[in-house]
Design a protein around this ligand. Structure first.
Ligand code: PEP
Ligand code: CO
Length: 451
């Protein structure tokens, strides 16, 4: 086996290659990015790993989520703050109801590249290269916009920096302090039946904290609850970009990818002989691996051994996205094989990508009930097999969009186009996201009572 290097991925098969046209522009851009400061820092990556290592013993639960694809146009402070709100609300609800600690990981500050099943899309009877995420081409439908342009990676870098800068400042201002939880509400969810329960929970927590403060003068540090911690993630699809932000740390004698805290490899690029698995096998960051119905379980064992040869805890997150229809067929035998090999992995459920379909009008959507069904089966299977369900991975937005069917608002097919704004896959709106957590809490509580 040849040795890993920053460039060794180039000797492997590159699935979902961006298709850059101009190698001079590519070289110029990656050289520029290489000289830029890190987006995330080594100590933060190590902290995430430390937190993740606790998921294996069942005390922490991961909530990972955000847009399917971030875009350059849909970018402003309010939107970022609102996405942070949702993750916070979900965390508080989950911790309060289930006594589990949470780890928040956004699909944010770097989620700019998309793998595509079809290399072309048809519009007005004309064929165009598919949209591959704003770091590669533009959603606008003309040939020039759809041509992969390496200069866009620079913009993706810049927007990731601005986004994380804002997140850090929101957190430093104390906004994520539970005592400020009344400010996290968004207007439109006030109609939701769960909002009353949510508000009751928040006020109970606040009363308890203020009581502790009254009786214990030294309790200022209750402000520093782990809600202050927030991590970023994206699919490490564009290896030119990931390579440019990966640096050798002479002290640790290890490579860190400074583009985001956690990097995942998508379902279409996780071949053991592929460039993506090769690249992530050399970096220290926690690595997600998406598993769809086409996974070969024996290949998976090879992938895990390659990416995590020391069987470290907190390193590999297996994000299953089989779909509610296939999960019972696929997941149990994979859990069994992983257990047989005694591999340390964190199991997460992505209930979105295996449940996508096109409705009669050709609109890509997902039904809330199918999404929750996959989570339910995921929890049930892990419980039965005595393995730990470690987290969920979802696509949501803070806007009141109408992209996924169902939920309390009961969004129907004829309403989907009212606010269908995603650049790629359909996302849960704010209310559906909260509903999902209520449902998840019930499943976790039910599971623990069934013991
Ligand atoms: C995604 O997470 O947006 C995605 C494309 O997922 P998958 O690789 O699981 O299809
Ligand atoms: Co998606």
């Amino acid at each position: 086996m040849s040795r890993w290097s920053l460039e060794s991925w180039k000797n492997f098969i590159l699935d979902q290659a961006p298709g850059w046209q101009d190698s001079q522009d590519l070289k110029k851009t990656t050289n520029q990015i290489r000289k830029k400061p890190p987006i995330v820092f080594k100590d933060e990556i190590k902290l995430l790993k430390k937190r993740l290592s606790r998921v294996h013993d069942g005390n922490y639960f991961i909530i990972q989520g955000g847009d399917c694809a971030e875009t350059f146009s849909d970018f402003n402070g309010e939107l970022i703050k609102n996405k942070l709100n949702i993750l916070l609300q979900m965390s508080v609800l989950l911790s309060y109801k289930t006594s589990l600690k949470t780890i928040r990981i956004g699909r944010i500050a770097g989620q700019f590249a998309k793998p595509r099943t079809n290399p072309v899309e048809i519009f007005n009877n004309m064929e165009f290269p598919s949209y591959r995420g704003d770091a590669i081409n533009s959603l606008d439908c003309n040939l020039k916009s759809r041509t992969p342009n390496p200069l866009r990676m620079l913009e993706a870098y810049n927007q990731s920096v601005y986004t994380l800068n804002l997140i850090r400042s929101i957190i430093n201002s104390g906004y994520t302090n539970i005592l400020n939880a009344n400010e996290w509400d968004l207007d439109f969810i006030k109609q939701s039946p769960q909002v009353r329960e949510y508000n009751e929970i928040i006020s109970k927590i606040q009363q308890t904290l203020s009581f502790i403060k009254t009786v214990n003068r030294k309790s200022e540090n209750i402000k520093n609850l782990e809600l202050y911690e927030f991590f970023t993630s994206h699919e490490g699809l564009i290896l030119d970009y990931e390579q440019a932000l990966t640096k050798y740390d002479a002290l640790d004698k290890k490579y860190y990818d400074h583009s985001g805290h956690m990097i995942w490899v998508g379902d279409r690029t996780r071949s053991v002989n592929g460039s993506h698995v090769e690249f992530v096998s050399g970096i220290e960051n926690p690595i997600g691996i998406k598993l769809g119905p086409s996974i070969d379980k024996y290949e998976l064992i090879e992938i895990i051994k390659k990416v995590n040869p020391n069987n470290e805890k907190g390193k590999i997150l297996l994000i299953t996205r089989f779909g509610a229809q296939s999960i019972e067929d696929k997941l149990p035998e994979i859990i069994q094989l992983i257990n047989k090999h005694e591999l340390n992995v964190i199991w997460m459920c992505d209930p979105m990508h295996g449940n996508t379909f096109k409705n009669d009008q050709g609109i890509k959507t997902r039904h809330f009930n199918t999404i929750t069904k996959e989570i339910e089966l995921f929890m049930k299977i892990h419980k039965k097999m005595k393995s730990i369900a470690g987290g969920i991975h979802i696509e949501f937005t803070s806007e009141n969009v109408t992209e996924c069917l169902g939920g309390f608002q009961n969004i129907e097919n004829n309403e989907l186009l009212n606010r269908y704004e995603t650049a790629c896959d359909p996302r849960l709106n704010n209310q559906q996201s909260l509903e999902l957590i209520f449902k998840l809490n019930d499943l976790i509580i039910k599971g623990s009572k069934d013991v």
